[in-house]
Design a protein around this ligand. Structure first.
Ligand SMILES: [Zn+2]
Length: 373
């Protein structure tokens, strides 16, 4: 952590990033994933996008402002945490609990947005203001065990699980529009749309718009792990299916359980929630939003900043929960194509454009000067 103390008569701003990364298998990469090699204007290496690039840009923004003698109204704070990817309570949740005074802030900028996307010939910069809740559940399908050589005298739980999985896959929840997605739709289409019109309109505009919007219109269900008998000659009496489930911000597990049970119908199964993490949002009309908007207007006058509810999970949620911080994900990126970047995160050949790092530094300096002057 580093802090540029404020005069005490204005809001504080925290530049949040995490220093840990997922693993890298060097044999899958064209260049050494730990080299940080610069080639053709890009820095290669694990974490370049997620998110050592932003760690570096935040540090440079804070240090350069400090050297210039910038005196913010409220504290300007740099926090680079551990343990975001695994989430074993060594990172930001621990800091919020054990050292709240070190990380409390009115506003925060973090990962989770900033991509420039072109839709229907217009440019948008996505700024994430909310996150879905990671809310996986476990289905235990019950049958009756027996010897596999006499299948008719048992009731195979694995076989009974098959239609349950098919129902999960086939289910299409009723679409709904949260405030963020509503505002995003208005920005993209120039008018409000009914929830059930959004997907069709998006498909007509650009397949990428449909890909981006579909998971934001409802909870999502992805069965990912299954286990049944440990032995080939034993018919399983139970079959366990773990389902990755993401709820809309504000949606409760109780409400979701009704939806899931409705989709599955009556059956010989139990449903048990494994956890519920995230699902928080920050308001849209804030001084931080204005600062992000004015940055976009400065670097690309024809482009529009738009709010996004992200399907994934970031550390922003700990700040929102602990301190009511207005936390957005915004690290602008325009040199690298957003679709290419999303393929490189957590994958081989991760790299970041040097121009985008500089854009990030400009952004953080702009937001600090706008918000904390
Ligand atoms: Zn990350």
């Amino acid at each position: 952590m580093a802090r540029l103390p404020g005069r005490g008569d204005g809001p504080s701003l925290l530049l949040l990033s995490h220093t840990d990364t997922v693993v890298a298998d060097a044999s899958e990469w064209q260049l050494d994933p730990w080299s940080g090699e610069v080639r053709d204007g890009e820095i290669w290496g694990r974490g370049a996008l997620d998110m050592k690039g932003e760690v570096a840009a935040s540090a440079v923004a804070l240090a350069s402002l400090a050297r210039e003698g910038f005196e913010p109204a409220g504290d300007l704070i740099f926090v680079a945490t551990a343990d975001e990817e695994v989430g074993d309570d060594f990172g930001l949740p621990w800091l919020c609990r054990e050292h709240p005074d070190a990380v409390r802030a009115d506003y925060a900028l973090n990962e989770g947005g900033g991509e420039r996307v072109e839709l229907g010939g217009r440019a948008f910069y996505l700024c994430s203001t909310a996150e879905k809740m990671s809310s996986p559940f476990r289905l235990t399908v019950h049958g009756r065990g027996g010897h596999a050589s006499m299948p008719r005298i048992s009731d195979n739980a694995l076989v009974k699980a098959a239609p349950v999985i098919e129902r999960l896959a086939a289910y299409r929840p009723e679409p709904q529009l949260g405030v963020e997605t509503d505002a995003l739709v208005v920005a993209i289409f120039g008018e409000r749309l009914e929830p059930d019109q959004v997907l069709e309109a998006a498909r007509g505009l650009d397949p990428y718009a449909a890909e981006m919007l579909e998971p934001l219109l409802s909870l999502t269900l992805s069965p990912t792990i299954i286990s049944a008998s440990e032995r080939r000659n034993v018919v399983p009496s139970t079959c366990v299916i773990d389902v990755d489930c993401r709820l809309l911000p504000g949606q409760t597990q109780e409400e979701a359980e009704g939806i899931v049970r409705g989709a599955l119908g009556e059956g010989d199964y139990d449903l048990e929630w494994i956890e519920g993490r995230g699902g928080t949002r920050s308001p849209l009309e804030t001084p931080l939003w204005s600062a992000v908007e004015s940055f976009v207007a400065e670097v690309e006058p024809d482009a529009t900043a738009v709010p996004l509810c992200v399907a994934g999970f970031t550390d922003s949620h700990w700040l929102r929960e602990a301190f009511g911080t207005v936390a957005y994900g915004f690290f602008p990126m325009r040199a690298m194509d957003a679709r290419e970047a999303s393929r490189l995160v957590h994958s081989a050949d991760e790299r970041v454009a040097v121009d985008d790092l500089e854009l990030g530094v400009d952004c953080f300096r702009h937001v600090a000067r706008t918000l904390c002057s």
